[in-house]
Design a binder for this molecule. Structure first.
Ligand code: 5GP
Ligand code: MG
Length: 217
């Protein structure tokens, strides 16, 4: 028995109505203006995209050395779902880039975090897949791709959950896109506003009153 526990001693969750977390989630849902992409559609699309990526990477041969580089924090739920649909031997190296600090809804310039950076000193011979949450201005992916290229990998591919329909990134090079969305600020499925709403299971737009508090620092 794990941890020496008897099954009867494992605490059971209470009924939903008496769970204080449920009330909090209901309050969070009041901030939603519109669900843009529901959890079912996200799951279906991730499976289809994973099949495509798996076929491409499997084509590199059985001995291909694959490294997945998720850009945190926004991609953590996407990448968790994606890699579990990729039946390939892989290493994961986390990095963090911040461009929308705190209550920002516009980019303040991409910066690679020094605290969270699991990049090796070399990626020679490895096939890299960079995974991000949103392609917005393209600054983040450009920065990360440049840093990765300097580590001399065998190949680099890029994958994003969302791409905003903005004229300036129409021709931005990206290998895999889960969804194209309108050019508006979204949260949920890993994406935040002031570090909240990441745990919403759908991709949603917030009501304008919720976003009105943006402070320019
Ligand atoms: P880019 O560098 O392409 O302008 O922006 C990419 C990063 O900005 C994303 O990884 C994400 O962290 C953040 N970002 C861009 N658009 C949005 C958005 O609509 N919602 C949220 N929560 N973050 C966004
Ligand atoms: Mg990000």
């Amino acid at each position: 028995m794990p941890f020496g526990r008897e099954p009867s001693s494992i605490p059971q969750p209470g009924p939903l109505s008496s769970n204080p977390a449920t009330a909090t989630l209901a309050r969070m849902k009041q901030d939603i203006r519109e669900v843009l992409i529901g959890r079912g559609a996200i799951a279906d699309r991730i499976r289809a995209l994973a099949d495509q990526i798996a076929a491409d990477l499997a084509g590199l041969g059985d001995n291909a050395e694959i490294t997945i580089i998720p850009i945190l924090t926004g991609s953590f739920i996407f990448v968790a779902d994606l890699i579990r649909e990729l039946p390939l031997k892989m290493q994961i190296r986390l990095i963090s880039v911040s461009s929308y600090p705190g209550m920002s809804t516009t980019s303040k310039g991409a910066r690679l975090s020094e605290q969270l950076n699991q990049l090796p000193t070399s990626l020679t011979g490895r096939h890299v897949l960079i995974v991000d949450d949103i392609l917005d201005s393209g600054q983040t992916l450009r920065l990360v791709t440049d840093v990765i290229q300097r580590l001399e990998p065998a190949s680099v591919r890029t994958c994003v959950l969302l791409r905003k329909q903005r004229p300036e990134i129409k021709h931005f090079p990206v290998n895999y896109v889960c969804f194209d969305i309108p050019d508006e600020f979204v949260v949920g499925f890993g994406l935040d506003y002031n570090d909240y709403y990441r745990n919403l299971p759908d991709i949603v737009a917030l009501r304008s009153e919720v976003l009105e508090t943006e402070t320019v620092s």
